[in-house]
Design a protein around this ligand. Structure first.
Ligand code: G3H
Ligand code: 13P
Ligand code: ZN
Length: 332
């Protein structure tokens, strides 16, 4: 693919977004996308709630949807926003990049932000790899996110059985040595729909699992070491019980699914957390609605009839998150 700058595509990097989010005590939503309906829901939801956003693409998404097509879909989203005369801007971000070559390829093909996730490497190797990506990306004004600490669950095709919380005493050195623009930390979130084991949780009066609180003490200690520096929260889906219930009601089998309660995310968004990553919640909404429509209308075989309602519900969920959880609504 020919080299292209994100600036020519009408995208923005994360610098201004994070500066405003830090000052305004809210967080920018980072939504993963793999297909047309997810993109429509994200773009329409953010236009309607006037929220800046980050459109994230994992390496799995690049493989699934074709990297060239994905690039043009994102470019199409810019045009769609212009056509709607909306002030909304967004960054196109590589989620969990694991090699220099992958990050370079994204920078060269119009991404405005990349994550290099060296969190599974020993500290010095994480520093070396992250610095290498920063040196390349900054030549083109592309933002770079690094990570310190390991989230439990599936990250980068690697399944970590146990979370390793970020050591606050490493963050200052890491940021200084690498030159990253933002830092993902591990304070108790994890990827996927089963973020906690049932034995880690209590049950409320309705029998719903209530997870242990996030480690705000670690977050605060990190903030103290790198004041005013943008922090990123991965694995931040709430795993909304309504959708888990709907999935199970219509033939699914999701056991002990539990996520991060919205009040915890709200609290995080008012801190130095400037970016909140959400993927699983979108997957759950789509699965719930597709299952419901197909179960209720077994004669249906037009994909628009089950993907359409899924897309509309996803859009509503995005508006809800922007307005009520992250506080990014109205900030475009
Ligand atoms: O953190 C991982 C994201 O949820 C992306 O997941 O690699 O299955 O696309 P994926
Ligand atoms: P969830 O699985 O909680 O949605 O996290 C997504 C994420 O961190 C993407 O990088
Ligand atoms: Zn992640």
């Amino acid at each position: 693919m020919a080299t292209v700058s994100y600036k020519d595509l009408g995208l923005v990097n994360t610098k201004e977004m994070f500066k405003k989010a830090m000052a305004g005590k809210y967080a920018i939503p980072a939504y993963n996308f793999n297909n047309l309906e997810q993109l429509q829901a994200i773009v329409l939801g953010c236009i309607e709630s006037k929220s800046p956003f980050i459109l994230q693409v994992s390496s799995g998404a690049r493989k699934y949807a074709n990297q060239v097509l994905l690039r043009y879909l994102a470019q199409g989203a810019v045009e769609m926003i212009k056509e709607a005369k909306s002030p909304v801007t967004f960054a196109l971000h590589l989620d969990h990049g694991d090699t220099f070559d992958l990050c370079k390829s994204c920078v060269d093909s119009g991404f405005s932000s990349v994550m290099i996730d060296g969190s599974h490497h020993p500290y010095d190797e994480n520093v070396r790899l992250t610095k290498q990506v920063v040196e390349y990306a900054h030549r083109f004004d592309v933002s770079v996110e690094g990570e310190l600490g390991v989230l439990a669950g599936i990250e980068d095709d690697v399944e970590a059985a146990k979370a390793v919380y970020t050591h606050p005493d490493q963050v200052e050195d890491f940021v200084k040595k690498t030159g990253v623009d933002s830092l993902a930390i591990s304070i108790g979130t994890s990827h996927g729909a089963n973020k906690f084991k049932p034995e880690q949780c209590t049950r409320n009066a309705d029998g719903v699992l209530v997870p242990p609180p996030l480690r705000f003490d670690i977050l605060e200690e990190c903030e103290r070491r790198i004041p005013g520096f943008p922090i990123v929260l991965h694995g931040a889906s709430s795993v909304v019980p309504t959708y888990v219930k709907m999935i199970n009601q219509y033939g699914g089998n999701l056991k002990d699914a539990v996520g991060i309660p919205e009040d915890q995310l709200r609290k995080a968004a008012t801190s130095a957390v400037c970016k909140v990553n959400i993927d699983s919640d979108g997957r759950l909404v789509v699965t719930a609605l597709v299952r419901k429509v197909l179960a209720e209308k077994p004669e249906e075989f037009d994909p628009r009839k089950f993907l359409g309602p899924a897309r509309d519900e996803l859009k509503n969920m995005i508006i809800h998150k922007n307005e009520k959880v992250l506080g990014s609504a109205g900030k475009a």
